[in-house]
Design a protein around this ligand. Structure first.
Ligand code: PLP
Length: 440
């Protein structure tokens, strides 16, 4: 193959012939073809260019092909490209040290995983082993990853400390726009959601509950910024009943909301933090669990029954070290706060003032969502067909967005400039104007 002669069709045909895709029926797929990317822009083989308001799956926080991260990965390639987890490795130690230094006081160790799902698996495992309890509380409106059966299927001794008879309990987290609690204010939503959680804990039996697992800001579920006081309330309930609080920062963490961790803005400290995505912008798959001192110390003389062949893979670790250093030196988190809250958010609100399709704008920093409705009063969501038409038009006009159900998640790389945000917003404005008839 001559590199220059490749077309979008070649790549798409190859994909359709051999690649099995995530979360889809395989029959009618028409995947977007991407050939390359730089900064906040991507392109295909046919000369089309795209501005990224999606950060792929909300992971490319430092943008594409960051030279410093590429250089660090190349240097690691030349030194040592793979090594077993039980060894001591410089890149792994440096990565763990940096992550611990970003965490609140009281966090002491990092356990590395391959991604976000297994970060949550291992945080759950730690909470169960630490408390000797088994139930895990989590929210209906959440996404924590796509694993779950491998250790239960395992035949050898490693299965045994991981066999729990009672599993998962779900509760409603706050979502004022579509309140489950018939609330009409943030304060009411907060109070009622906390009362509901307390009742669930009491009814399930506090002494059976190992952990409450929550996304600091539920991401795929709709960027559901919790009302003021909710996270403090959850922390207080966890303390009252001796339950481990695990905050999932896989999507919200590492600058996305304008702070290193999203929970910092709620003034609480969890017991375990799970992360992935933004920690190295997804340049090499990586995730992990940040462990507070009491839980880390517990495992000084208690066996930790968990592990992965690639835990702390050197290439992923080198990417973490360089990503975090570049983010600090280039003030990427500050940029997410300033451009996210100061430029993107007001622009989205201006868009909502103009287009009645937009029912609500919500989010923090570079983590914003638009809820699209056919009627602002009834809040009727746009249909899947209508959303697909809007998404296709946005992509066709050169803007990549993250669409879930009736929402457009506006989640650019955290490095995006005010000028690029304005460019993207101009496309948004044009495209939404074509679909005004979807709104009554
Ligand atoms: N947790 C959250 C909050 C996520 O958004 C995701 C992925 O989108 C995951 C966990 C799972 O991460 P991964 O896909 O890396 O396993």
């Amino acid at each position: 193959h001559n590199e220059m002669a490749i077309t979008n069709d070649d790549v798409r045909q190859l994909d359709r012939a051999y690649v099995f895709h995530s979360w889809s029926m395989q029959g009618n797929l028409n995947p977007l073809v991407i050939a390359g990317a730089q900064g906040c822009e991507l392109w295909d083989y046919d000369g089309n260019r795209y501005l990224d308001f999606s950060s792929q799956l909300v992971n490319v926080n430092i943008g594409y092909q960051h030279p410093r991260v590429l250089a660090a990965m190349k240097a690691q390639l030349e030194t040592l490209v793979t090594i077993a987890p039980a060894t001591a490795n410089l890149a792994r130690g440096e990565a763990a040290k940096r992550i611990v230094e970003l965490a609140p006081e009281g966090f002491s160790k990092v356990f590395f995983t391959n991604a976000g799902a297994d970060a949550n698996e291992n945080a759950i495992r730690m909470a169960r082993l630490y408390t000797g309890r088994d139930k895990i509380f989590s929210a209906y409106r959440s996404y924590h990853g796509n694993t779950g059966s491998a250790i239960a299927a395992t035949g050898d001794w490693r299965r045994v400390p991981n066999e729990y008879s009672r599993g998962h309990v779900h509760f409603f987290n706050p979502y004022l726009y579509r309140s489950e609690f018939n609330a009409s204010s943030e304060a009411e939503e907060c109070e009622r959601a906390l009362a509901h959680l307390r009742r669930m804990i009491e009814c399930e039996g506090p002494s059976s509950i190992a952990a409450i697992l929550l996304e600091s800001i539920p991401g795929t579920a709709g960027i559901l910024v919790p009302p003021a006081g909710y996270m403090q309330g959850v922390r207080a309930l966890a303390d009252e009943f001796g339950i481990v609080l695990i905050l999932d920062e896989v999507m919200a963490g590492f600058g996305r909301t304008g702070s290193w961790f999203a929970f910092e803005q709620d003034g609480i400290v969890p017991d375990l933090i799970t992360f992935a995505k933004g920690v190295n912008a997804g340049y090499v798959p990586a995730g992990g669990v940040l462990i507070s001192a009491p839980i880390a110390h517990y495992f000084d003389d208690h066996f930790f029954a968990g592990g992965l062949t690639y835990s702390g893979h050197p290439l992923a670790m080198a990417a973490i070290v360089a990503t975090l250093d570049a983010m600090k030196e280039e003030n990427v988190v500050q940029n997410a706060a300033e451009v996210g809250n100061g430029v993107l958010r007001p622009a989205l609100e201006a868009l909502a003032a103009k287009h009645s399709l937009i029912g609500e704008v919500r989010g923090r920093g570079m983590f914003q969502a638009l809820e699209l409705v056919s009627n602002r009063k009834t809040k009727t969501p746009l249909t899947a067909t209508e959303m697909a038409a809007i998404k296709a038009a946005l992509t066709g006009a050169g803007l990549l967005t993250f669409v879930v159900e009736n929402r457009i998640h506006v989640v650019p790389p955290c490095i995006m400039s005010a000028k690029e945000v304005q460019q993207g917003m101009a496309i948004f404005d044009q495209v939404l104007a074509q679909f005004g008839h979807f709104s009554q």
